[in-house]
Design a protein around this ligand. Sequence first.
Ligand code: ATP
Length: 143
Amino acid sequence: MAVSTIREFSAGGVVLNLLKKNADIILINRRNSNIWCLPKGKIEEGEKKEQTALREVREETGVFAKIIKRIDKINYRFYKDRNVKCFKTVYFYMMKYKSGDINANSFEVDNVNWFNIDKALLKMNYKSEKEIVKKVKIMLNNN
Ligand code: ATP
């Protein structure tokens, strides 16, 4: 059977408690997978990437944040179905924590926590997301 390819676009954030070298960032633990990753989600119709990123951070972590700057985008491929391949792009933003307490109220999320940026890099599972966090480290070092 022929395999069709679909496109998906999401946006998310690296939320920092401080805009300093040894800052903490928020990671989420996705239900059913035990994978630590960055908060993100699909860009809805009519939404700007930045709005999606802030909304998904709010929904998946419980906190309000503000965008500091764009970091980069990542791409990956996965099978949605046996016959449906997905080519996905995720845009990430550097964010500063504003208010609210972290919570895992989203049904997709099992656990949410702050980690020192270097500890976060050890916990994280996806190489492409680690590259995003490494870019944030460089941005903080250049501050
Ligand atoms: P979204 O959070 O954008 O709504 P989703 O929960 O529907 O997305 P993804 O998180 O994109 O879906 O996961 C779909 C598949 O891609 C899963 O098998 C997941 O393990 C894998 N995946 C997620 N992020 C990455 C990544 N950065 N690199 C490689 N594979 C990934």
